[in-house]
Design a protein around this ligand. Structure first.
Ligand code: HT7
Ligand code: ZN
Length: 857
């Protein structure tokens, strides 16, 4: 498989200002005639041939300027047409088999309806076309099909005409906005809409529709509210107004990712549309709000200003993730959202950045672009833009984004264009900051505070670790928000924004008679690892008194990680262990007792760092030891704070169901209290959990109780699992939860449970949600995945081999868990590597082959 390199970018020799498509729709066969108006691109080197990309399609007929044409040939999957002049019309007919398309890219069938997924390179599975994001065209689309099978016919833009034709009917759509092919979409099927409207700040009345299967209509209210809130927020905060009279969303149950921002016709995974309190958790509701916002925000950051090439993916994805994060912060609790976002970054992106798949947010090469829809591109990309915002402040940042949109509206832009607009609009000097786009790896900042006389001196230094292909790194500008606390008065000095842009920096702080306490990287102002010399005492102080919610959370996490690592090292004496447990218990007791905290925040503080995160802080981790330490600490905390956890449970259980922050917080801490109690008092907790399960009037409580029960070896576990399945049979999204709960459980026989579930009649490799609910949950469950005999690794490798021919994009996403082999203790490491080698010897798709070879490399 060949590598595509960023430095080889060349503009396409032809412009394609207009595209006309005619679809004769059928599930088994769809016929497509695509007519391209092409003209030489004056900005590119001239070529007599035009390369039209294709993938698993054949040209049935080719005409140029209306005449049958023979001057064409195939080059691999691509169609090369030789053209005599500077402007022509090319028409190519293709036949597609949507029902046989299990890759879910291009045109495919889902639940009897037809839908498309074109990003990144799916359009070439529908029509021969220069399938690259810098070729922008306006589209006119006619589709016809059986009226009963496809009563609803949707495409991008505006509906211009429709009519009947015997048993069939047809519709003509026109999208006035030039767009790249990856934003094309078509949907045809039996759908019903939740319809509403939104009036934009400029007075445009926009018709809004959320299209779903008939029975799902009652579960679309939250998505519609989220859409209207997103439209309003983008006007108020970024000055962005919607630009068509119609905005359609369609929910489909077979989808490779979360959702897709096609112009005027977003296609969503049902998981990010359908919700009511009976079937969706508070987390599901939040996820829907965030994803609806994300896709809507793409209308400007992605669609109006798109990417020049796929190396610029973070231009639209990083920026749009930041926009959706800021939106969610404004819709709910800002500190809690920030902590959640950092948890995702550290749980997924940091491991990626320290492993064999590390890449900069603007990569230099790829074989298969789908493999680069990563947490680095999305989440680290968002952090990089957030740092610019932190350095500029919100007003100047807005001036920068206004300039970016104004300068590049209607263009295919680069990350460099964005940075330049930020320099000019926000008044930042970003010369050195550009390194954040070019260098992979999570920088490590060491902070050492000295105190002598009445002065504190802070020594900061940075190190960016080597990553594949990048052995030597330059220092990067790291914006650090910091403050010093007077230990006795508990007063905080002014918060400062320091940019560490060299290898080292020393800062002096006079006026401290005693050694102050350092609060650093407040708000997680930079996506880095901080290593600080700090006593447990100081961490307890920060965990209790820091007025920055993130810093407070961070201090508690650090205290726990330090304790767990000491335990995992095997050198901890019984007294030292007890002392460590006591320090954590004291800090947790303060969290439980603090009446100034709301429960949503309390819930964050009570969460123990994940086993993956603890492992990430070690050179080589033994997952079994970390698991035992973490469970041990949980049990010891439950014993030490039994009364407090019981009181918390009772207080929270008395709060009636509502969607308020208060009630959501109560649900969050209630299940956490239960999970703690289960670690020390399994029988009592099982009784409480079963009671919570049986009396739950919402999915958050029911799923929380079932989560606790699935981890216990008790009779209530089986009863609750049977009840849950029977209660929700037929509701695919809830049955996904049923699979995922068992695959992510703390139960000692989790692996055997997963093996049995793979044979369950409801399990299928054809549906990505179902595959992820069983196997992604399992691969993210360290104690089961890292079974000492390597059976977890074998299971994932078996899955990859079975899934790869069906859906390579989804299959390749299971390689990274095995790719962690170098960071795991030697015994397991060898077993992981052996499974990767077994995969490397197989005949794999480009997607999976690339991930396997990078993981071994
Ligand atoms: N921009 C969308 C990416 C996407 C995608 C990529 C590859 C294969 C399937 C896909 N479905 C959606 C989603 C987003 O970030 O908004
Ligand atoms: Zn996106």
């Amino acid at each position: 498989f060949v590598s595509i390199r960023r430095e080889d970018y060349m503009p396409f020799p032809w412009l394609v200002p207009q595209v006309a498509m005619d679809f004769a729709l059928g599930l088994d066969e769809t016929r497509v005639v695509t007519t391209l108006t092409v003209e030489r691109n004056p900005a590119a080197e001239a070529s007599k041939t035009i390369r039209l990309n294709g993938d698993e399609i054949v040209p049935v007929e080719v005409t140029v300027d209306g005449e049958g044409w023979s001057d064409w040939c195939m080059d691999g999957d691509d169609l090369l047409v030789t053209l005599p002049g500077a402007a022509h019309t090319i028409a190519v007919t293709t036949h597609i088999a949507p029902a046989a398309n299990t890759k879910l890219m291009g045109l495919y069938a889902s639940d009897g309806m037809l839908c498309t997924q074109c990003e990144a390179e799916g359009f070439r599975r529908i029509a021969f076309f220069p399938d690259r994001p810098d070729v922008l065209s306006t589209y006119r689309v006619r589709m016809s099909g059986d009226r009963e099978a496809f009563p609803v016919l949707l495409c991008n833009g505006n509906l211009e005409a429709e009519g009947e034709d015997g048993e069939a009917h047809w519709a003509e759509w026109h999208d006035p906005w030039p767009k790249p092919s990856y934003l094309f979409a078509l949907v045809a099927g039996q759908l019903v809409a939740n319809s509403d409207s939104f009036t934009t700040m400029g007075g445009r009345e926009v018709a809004l529709n959320i299209w779903v299967r008939d029975g799902d209509l009652p579960r679309t209210g939250h998505a519609m509210e989220s859409l209207k809130k997103s439209m309003k927020w983008d006007e108020e905060v970024f000055g962005r107004e919607y630009d068509l009279d119609l905005f359609n969303i369609v929910a489909v149950s077979d989808f490779n990712m979360g959702a897709m921002e096609n112009k005027g016709l977003n296609v969503f995974n049902t998981k990010y549309v359908l919700a009511d309190e009976e079937t969706a958790t508070d987390g599901d509701f939040d996820g829907i709000e965030a994803v609806i916002a994300h896709e809507y925000f793409h209308n400007w950051s992605g669609n109006r200003v798109t990417c020049r090439d796929w190396f610029q993916l973070s231009l639209k994805e990083g920026f749009t993730v930041l926009r959706d994060q800021l939106f969610s912060q404004d819709m709910g609790s800002a500190p809690v959202k920030r902590i959640e976002d950092v948890r995702i970054l550290r749980g997924v992106q940091f491991p990626e950045d320290s492993g064999p798949l590390a890449h900069p947010i603007r990569p230099d090469s790829y074989q298969e672009i789908s493999n680069f829809y990563t947490s680095t591109i999305y989440n680290k990309g968002a952090e990089v833009i957030r740092m610019m915002r932190t350095m500029a402040g919100p007003e100047r940042f807005r001036a920068g984004t206004d300039l970016y949109f104004e300068r590049h509206d209607g263009e295919a832009a680069t990350c460099e264009d964005f940075v330049r607009a930020m320099e000019d609009g926000a008044g930042l000097d970003l010369k050195q900051f550009r390194l954040w786009y070019a260098q992979a790896g999570t920088p490590k900042v060491t902070a050492r505070l000295e105190h002598s006389g009445d002065t504190a001196t802070l020594h900061l230094s940075q190190h960016v670790p080597a990553t594949p292909g990048q052995p030597d790194k330059k220092p990067m500008p790291i914006p650090l928000k910091l403050a010093l606390y007077d230990r006795d008065s508990r007063e905080r000095g002014a918060e400062q924004l320091v940019v560490l842009d060299g290898e080292e920096l020393t800062l002096g702080y006079p006026g401290f008679a005693t050694r102050p306490v350092l609060s650093i990287n407040r708000g997680f102002s930079a996506p880095i690892v901080v290593e600080r010399e700090v006593s447990s005492d100081e961490l307890v102080f920060l965990a209790t008194h820091d007025d920055d919610p993130f810093a407070r959370y961070e201090a508690l996490q650090e205290l726990v990680v330090r304790h767990l690592k000491a335990g995992a090292s095997g050198t901890l004496s019984a007294e030292a262990r007890q002392e460590g447990e006591l320090a954590v218990a004291d800090a947790m007791a303060a969290v439980l007792a603090d009446s100034d905290l709301d429960d949503l925040m309390r819930g964050e503080l009570l969460l123990l760092p994940s086993e993956t995160y603890v492992a990430e802080t070690m050179e080589r981790a033994d997952p079994a030891v970390i698991h035992a330490e973490r469970q041990g600490l949980r049990a010891s905390l439950a014993r030490a704070l039994e009364t407090e956890f019981l009181a918390l449970y009772e207080r929270a259980a008395a709060v009636p169901f509502a969607m308020s922050a208060e009630a959501k917080g109560a649900r969050k801490v209630k299940t956490q209290a239960l999970a703690y109690l289960a670690a020390a008092f399994p029988d009592r907790a099982a009784e409480m959990a079963f009671a919570q399960y049986a009396s739950a009037d919402n999915m958050t409580d029911r799923q929380g109780a079932l989560m606790v029960l699935t981890g216990l070896d008790v009779v209530e576990r089986t009863n609750a699992l049977i009840d849950f399945y029977n209660r929700y049979q037929g509701n695919a999204l809830v049955i996904d939860k049923w699979f995922a709960l068992q695959a992510s459980s703390m139960h000692p026989h989790c692996l055997e449970h997963v093996r049995a579930l793979a044979d369950h009649r409801d399990f299928t490799l054809k549906n990505p949600n179902r595959v992820r609910s069983l196997y992604m949950a399992f691969a993210a469950n360290p104690h089961a995945f890292h079974a000492a005999d390597g059976e977890g690794y074998r299971m994932i490798a078996d899955l990859i081999l079975a899934l790869d021919p069906i859906n390579p994009q989804t299959a390749s996403r299971f390689v990274p868990p095995l790719g962690r082999w170098r960071r795991i203790e030697p015994g397991r490491s060898a077993l992981m590597k052996a499974q990767l080698e077994r995969l490397a010897a197989a005949d794999l798709s480009r997607d999976t082959a690339e991930q396997v070879s990078r993981s071994l490399g």
